[in-house]
Design a binder for this molecule. Structure first.
Ligand code: ADP
Length: 180
């Protein structure tokens, strides 16, 4: 494994549908250990997402505007192949709770088997984010709950646009647009 030090790059892969303050917390921790972090958005046509990959990339770019150490990219196929191509020796993942552990453990060992040169590093978020997930943010917003302290401002705006309201409806797709 390449030592963390000058020029060290970590890849932080995920769906980021959408990015939350929990992700931001992990990225900030990643930047305290590695020089650069590339947020790699997984292109997975089989998984239903709220935001398109292009929208997710744009949101992340906006959230990290003015932070040259954070880059955004997309990938499909094997993560270890992507990491190798990107020149990263490390994959960063967030561990929220024991419930994350089993899946993450399996993935890390499989990735090690596929490419032993790439190391997986787990980071724990602040306790206040340990219950936070993209899925929960979408559900809470859709039901009219506050997500202000859980996501960057751009995400809150994009959620409002997506659901066509500032006070989100319970059933956004069936709601007629106002003023038309
Ligand atoms: P995936 O579909 O790969 O799990 P996510 O966008 O949900 O994509 O998560 C990407 C990474 O961020 C994963 O390692 C996940 O454990 C981590 N993560 C997600 N939410 C949080 C959070 N609130 N705190 C810490 N890590 C998180």
């Amino acid at each position: 494994m390449k030592q963390a030090g000058r020029g060290s790059l970590a890849v932080f892969p995920g769906s980021f549908d959408p990015i939350t303050n929990g992700h931001l917390d992990i990225i900030a921790r990643g930047l305290s250990v590695f020089d650069d972090v590339t947020i790699a958005v997984l292109v997975n046509p089989g998984k239903q997402a709220l935001f398109t990959v292009a929208e997710r990339v744009e949101i992340i770019r906006e959230a990290f505007r003015g932070e040259p150490r954070v880059k955004v990219d997309t990938f499909s196929g094997l993560l270890v192949d992507y990491a190798e191509r990107a020149g990263a020796a490390v994959i960063v993942r967030g561990l929220r709770a024991i419930s994350d552990f089993e899946y993450e453990f399996q993935m890390a060992l499989m990735n090690r088997r596929l490419n032993p040169r790439i190391e997986t590093v787990f980071m724990m978020p602040a306790e206040s984010y340990s219950y936070l997930s993209s899925r929960l943010v979408k559900e809470v917003f859709q039901l009219g709950g506050r997500v202000r302290d859980l996501v960057p401002p751009i995400v809150e705006r994009r959620l409002a646009e997506k659901y066509g309201a500032t006070a989100p409806p319970a059933s956004p797709r069936k709601r007629p647009r106002r003023g038309r």
